[in-house]
Design a protein around this ligand. Structure first.
Ligand code: SF4
Ligand code: SF4
Length: 177
């Protein structure tokens, strides 16, 4: 299995949130439901303050607590690429996955009564395209691909100050500061 994952270049990200909006538009997400979110971090103080932004969605983790704690096996890892998806025929909307994800990735749909989340734009990928967060980023700060290739290219940093410890779920994300 080739595990897929995201690369986020924090040094390039300007915090414009175009990725969040493009994702909301594609997935028709109402106010408050966001598969990809951009967090702003501020550090230091005058005369040397610093600010950085981190765009994050589901990390399709190696040890996904959401999967382990789903009582109906609705949320599961795809055998072919390790992408974590939700089977709405099985989901009962109990929100256990939301409570177990340290990254806040599962987002509940009141309309459906089911949990929803990033599926890496499977429909676009089937057509050979990138996830919409990748193609919409004006700074080209997001890449998607086999996580082994991303790690070989960019290193193995998978958490930054302000994020949950990567030891909890082993996220398939590479971050460049
Ligand atoms: S980021 Fe959260 S929802 Fe996504 S696989 Fe990891 S634990 Fe599950
Ligand atoms: S909300 Fe759905 S996917 Fe999440 S744990 Fe419950 S049944 Fe599983």
């Amino acid at each position: 299995m080739v595990q897929m994952g995201f690369y986020i270049d924090v040094a390039k990200c300007i915090g414009c949130k175009t990725c969040t909006i493009a994702c909301k538009d594609k997935n028709d997400l109402e106010v408050g439901r966001n598969f990809r979110r951009v967090y702003d971090f501020e550090e230091g103080s005058f005369p040397k303050p610093s600010i950085y932004h981190l765009s994050i969605s589901c990390n399709h983790c190696k040890d996904p607590k959401c999967v382990k704690n789903c009582p109906t096996t609705a949320i599961h890892k795809r055998a072919e690429d390790g992408v974590v998806v939700i089977d709405h025929d099985k989901c009962v909307g109990c929100k256990y996955c939301e409570w177990n994800c340290p990254y806040g990735a599962p987002q509940f749909s009141e309309e459906l009564g089911k949990m929803t989340k990033c599926d890496t734009c499977l429909d676009l990928r089937e057509k050979g395209e990138d996830p919409v967060c990748v193609s919409s980023c004006i700074m080209r700060a997001i890449e998607f691909g086999p996580i082994d290739e991303l790690r070989a290219k960019y290193g193995t940093i998978n958490e930054v100050k302000g994020m949950p410890s990567a030891s909890i779920t082993q996220p398939n994300i590479v971050i460049h500061m």
